[in-house]
Ligand binder design. Sequence first.
Ligand SMILES: NC(=O)c1ccc[n+]([C@@H]2O[C@H](COP(=O)([O-])OP(=O)(O)OC[C@H]3O[C@@H](n4cnc5c(N)ncnc54)[C@H](OP(=O)(O)O)[C@@H]3O)[C@@H](O)[C@H]2O)c1
Length: 253
Amino acid sequence: MATETHKGTVWITGASSGIGRALALRLARDGWKVAASARSAGELDALAAEAPGHVIAFPLDVTDMKRTREVHADIEERLGPLDMAVLAAGTYTRDGAFDFSATNAQKMISVNLQGACNTLEPVLETMMRRRRGKIAITASVAGYNGLPGGATYGATKAALNNLCEAMKPEAERHNVSLSIINPGFVETPLTAKNDFPMPFIISSNEAADHIARGLEADRYEIIFPWKMKLAIKFLHALPATIRFAITRRLVRE
Ligand SMILES: NC(=O)c1ccc[n+]([C@@H]2O[C@H](COP(=O)([O-])OP(=O)(O)OC[C@H]3O[C@@H](n4cnc5c(N)ncnc54)[C@H](OP(=O)(O)O)[C@@H]3O)[C@@H](O)[C@H]2O)c1
């Protein structure tokens, strides 16, 4: 693989498929050494084989707090101090008033929100101590508005936006930069099961390009594509009565 000069070391969670996988390959090409994590060890090995020496597999279930700390320590021991971390592990199953289940909600919360917290703690702690580093958390435009069918998913992504915004000013004092990534629809295994129209959908490689450029520019909110950004921010700015008039049309029996 032809790469540019060494940019640093990055840890990507959720790297076995979709956006995380595409980003791992993109950053490896750009000159990053990539520590790639997800649960599927076989998929990570296949990814590492596409960029030998540039992507290294570190299998991990981010819902396991203790193991996440251990893997973080292992990465730093083997590859040196992390310069950047991109938290992209996530999961989605439809839920709403018709089919709400606390068990299903717990699964999404444990991966999307608690999993991000489990990863964030050791990364933030070490970067703040060293006074150097960058962390990007993958949320979603679904965090902007409560949308039928995405009740718990949207709630976890709204929580990540709030968490990241809350921590940014303090982290900056220690020279650690935080970014939030809010993608619109991206073609990945996560969206492949959707049977509804997904406006402005883009490929995972296009998503990786948007993210890589946003990280390079050290932008706080990396939100794309622009048509979805406009649509979701417009919806968010509307009075609740008008917003509900629109979201009622999204209800599927
Ligand atoms: N696709 C979209 O339209 C879209 C839009 C907005 C935001 N996002 C967000 O973007 C991120 C990536 O999603 P994607 O669309 O690329 O979906 P994806 O292809 O399903 O990828 C999800 C990744 O998360 C990993 N993962 C899931 N549970 C995990 C766990 N417990 N521990 C460690 N890794 C875990 C999966 O690997 P294993 O199964 O091997 O663990 C996989 O690598 C997610 O946070 C998602 O919410 C996606």
